[in-house]
Design a binder for this molecule. Structure first.
Ligand SMILES: [Zn+2]
Length: 458
């Protein structure tokens, strides 16, 4: 078994940051060394650049099968270009949505083209409670529900539906993730704003105020506490939302939070300059709210930073040019998340790189039950590695994007910090001289069959 030695690197994990190297053989890490000793085998000269464990993105929408909004091949190649080696794909916006076992099998077929490893989320929709046990036994990583209107094929749940679903999820030994915005409040405000003739970008944020997020998170936490179901709150956009999770955890509840790079990079004012490309739900917030969220990132209260990569054809964004309510509400961002956090976090606000490793690699791997196979650099872990040039600056062009529809709110933005190369189980899937990563090669991380034994005691 031939070895590869990643030599002369600044090795960064959630609890270490040192000059050293990593020896890889058979797709796994066999040795982590300090300094630059000689080791047999091929050498990848890292040249003092940063070496991170491959990022784990627990929140992506690849929309295949059934929609050409993204796709497993383009989505996963974009992930690799962003330093991501494992993704968890959401139960929407593919057709059919992943709300029963037959839909799960169709998605597993589509996913064979993926160049990164993947887990799949199951969905909770009104009336599918009998599918939850079977989906869990097939190896979905967890279950996602919408507390406010989502898409036509993936209806949102009432609190009562959620209660039924959460009980089944607990019985199945799985966990619940929610999109937390209050349906009553957001739909009433949307109706009122539209009736008043509002179509401008700011109206989108006014229809989905902080209160809508806070109200929904509070009720999800109360519900999960009552049922005894583990809970994850996806894409939290406010410090208040993060604080509700922190308080629940202090009360010994099993609940985690996630935010996204776009809530930390952009503000609501960017809807005017970037246009509908920056429309998402929950919406972008004010500069003041963004700084409060950064304070929670810096204090260690944010568990996970995930892309919520939610792509669409260009026309579905352009539809919102004169009427923001008509644009698709999602940001294409999987390729730029690490660049955004390095620029705004590490360089601008002094965020330690080890905290980046914790929020973008180790903690998401734990959420998905894949730690320590994923999410760290240690003997026995998968050789998923990313080489980052921390100081190189660049301006992102649309032509750099590997998405099926190459548009993004991040296009035209200038970043400091590049993803120079990405390796999955020791094989390069992004980097100079490779061209596009060969089709396939990613593995399904089955949450039942593939949980590393040590994860259970972590
Ligand atoms: Zn999403």
């Amino acid at each position: 078994m031939s070895a590869t030695y990643f030599r002369n690197a600044r090795v960064v994990t959630e609890d270490a940051d040192f000059l050293g190297g990593v020896v890889v053989a058979g797709g796994v890490v066999t040795e982590v060394v300090e300094g630059t000793p000689d080791r047999p085998g091929d050498v990848v000269e890292v040249g003092g650049r940063v070496l991170l464990s491959g990022l784990v993105d627990p929140h992506v929408h690849f929309s295949e099968p059934g929609r050409d909004w993204e796709g497993w091949l383009t989505g996963s190649r974009s992930a690799a270009a962003g330093g991501i080696t494992s993704v968890a794909e959401m139960p929407l916006n593919a057709i059919p949505p992943t709300t029963d076992v037959s839909a799960l099998r169709l998605k597993l077929e589509s996913a064979r083209t993926s160049v990164v490893d993947y887990t799949l989320w199951g969905g909770v929709v009104p009336g599918n409670e009998h599918e939850i046990g079977p989906l869990a036994r097939e190896g979905v990583t967890g279950f996602k529900a919408f507390m406010c209107r989502g898409s036509d094929e993936f209806p949102h749940v009432s609190i009562d539906d959620l209660h039924i679903g959460a009980r089944r999820i607990r019985q199945a030994g799985s966990f619940l993730a929610v999109h937390a915005e209050d349906e009553a409040l957001t739909s009433r405000l949307t109706r009122t704003l539209i009736a008043d003739g509002r179509r401008d970008p700011k109206a989108w944020g006014e229809a989905r105020p902080v209160e809508a997020e806070v109200r929904a998170i509070a009720s999800a936490i109360a519900l999960a506490a009552g049922v005894g179901c583990r809970l994850h709150i996806v894409h939290v956009s406010t410090a208040e939302g993060i604080d509700l999770v922190t308080a629940a955890r202090e009360a010994r509840q099993d609940v985690t939070n996630e935010t996204c790079p776009h809530y930390l990079f952009f503000t609501e004012d960017d809807l005017h300059t970037v246009g509908p490309f920056a429309k998402c739900a929950p919406p972008l917030r004010s500069a003041e709210i963004r700084e409060e969220l950064w304070a929670r990132v810096l204090s260690g209260d944010v568990d996970i930073i995930a892309s919520d990569h939610s792509p669409c054809p260009l026309a579905d964004k352009e539809a919102g040019t004169d009427d923001i309510f008509k644009a698709w509400g999602g940001i294409s961002g999987i390729q730029s998340g690490l660049n955004a956090i390095l620029t705004e976090g590490v360089h601008r606000r002094g965020l330690p790189l080890s905290a980046v490793a914790r929020m973008m690699s180790a903690n998401p791997a734990r959420l998905l039950g894949q730690y320590p196979r994923k999410g760290t650099i240690a003997p026995g872990s998968d050789a998923d590695l990313v080489i980052v040039d921390l100081d190189k600056a660049f301006t992102l062009k649309a032509s750099d994007l590997a998405y099926r529809h190459p548009h993004s709110a991040y296009a035209g933005q200038t970043f400091r910090g590049t993803v120079d190369a990405t390796f999955l189980r020791g094989k390069m899937i992004h980097g100079e001289g490779l061209g596009a990563a060969p089709v396939g090669g990613g593995r399904f991380l089955n949450a039942v069959a593939d949980v590393p034994a040590t994860a259970l005691t972590d």
